[in-house]
Ligand binder design. Structure first.
Ligand code: GLP
Length: 249
């Protein structure tokens, strides 16, 4: 592993995805040991499957518990029922929550079945604020530089909101749907301003398909056209990536 600082962001480049997820899980466990009631922001997507597998496998050996932890996921498709196998709600229970000792009432996701997405977005923001704010936020990275479902052009000041997915995001995520013809075209997502309020941020990305977005985020202009470039203004952001994702740096 090599570590460097690029434009204010701590960057770890690992030879393997295993190395990446061990390092990211180390940051999570350190935080939980320091504060058992930590508030953790969680991400979904294929990137986080090996991470959650690792966390699920070794949390007991690490001597940590999630019994007091609160989690807030970045986003959820809209409209979708929580019980749909394709919802991020189902993803989280399948990949992580069923394997750890988290309390159901402490595991939060936006409600993709709400009739009033604006009220649901405001409720989600309040719920994050009432928890005391996010201590550690995990992020994946879209091939177009998106974080959460904040697509290029989303204001850096945005809060939780309903957004329309771009064609490239629909194309990237459709194959993961059990019924691809039923993929929702919208999502509820934390805004970039919501994400930036977190005390510490860890972004994970691996594979050649993320290399251009990693390079644009770390070395291109800080611009709303590349949502993840906002992280250079945070001060406590880390990129944990593999050699392939680092190949255009
Ligand atoms: C999805 C999610 C993001 C995720 C990103 C990368 O659209 N909403 O939170 O980080 O795209 O996904 P993947 O890890 O599958 O490449």
């Amino acid at each position: 592993m090599r570590a460097e600082r690029i434009n204010g962001v701590g960057v770890e480049v690992h030879e393997s995805v295993d190395g990446m997820v061990e390092s990211a899980a180390g940051k999570l466990f350190t935080r939980l040991r320091r504060k058992s009631g930590s508030v953790i922001g969680l991400a979904t997507g294929s990137t986080f499957i090996p991470f959650y597998k690792h966390v699920s496998a070794c949390f007991r050996d690490e001597g940590v518990s999630f019994a007091e932890v609160k989690t807030f996921n970045l986003d959820e498709y809209y409209p979708i029922q929580a019980g749909s196998p394709d919802s991020y709600h189902s993803y989280m229970w399948r990949e992580l929550f069923s394997n750890i000792d988290i309390r159901e009432e402490n595991a939060h996701l936006p409600d993709g079945s709400s009739q009033d997405p604006e009220a649901e977005s405001a409720r989600y923001e309040r719920s994050i604020a009432d928890s005391g704010g996010i201590d550690l936020q995990f992020l994946g990275l879209g091939g177009n530089g998106h974080i959460g479902f904040n697509e290029p052009g989303t204001p850096f000041s945005s809060r939780t909101h309903l957004t329309r997915l771009t064609q490239s995001t629909v194309d990237a995520n459709r194959p993961l749907f059990s019924d691809p013809s039923n993929m929702p075209g919208s999502a509820l997502t934390m805004g970039i301003g919501t994400i930036m309020d977190s005390s510490e941020i860890v972004l994970l990305a691996f594979g050649k398909g993320k290399a251009a977005a990693v390079a644009a985020s770390l070395k291109g202009a800080v611009t709303e056209e590349v949502p993840a470039s906002c992280l250079r203004r945070h001060g406590g952001a880390h990129f944990i990536i593999d050699e392939a994702a680092a190949s255009e740096l």
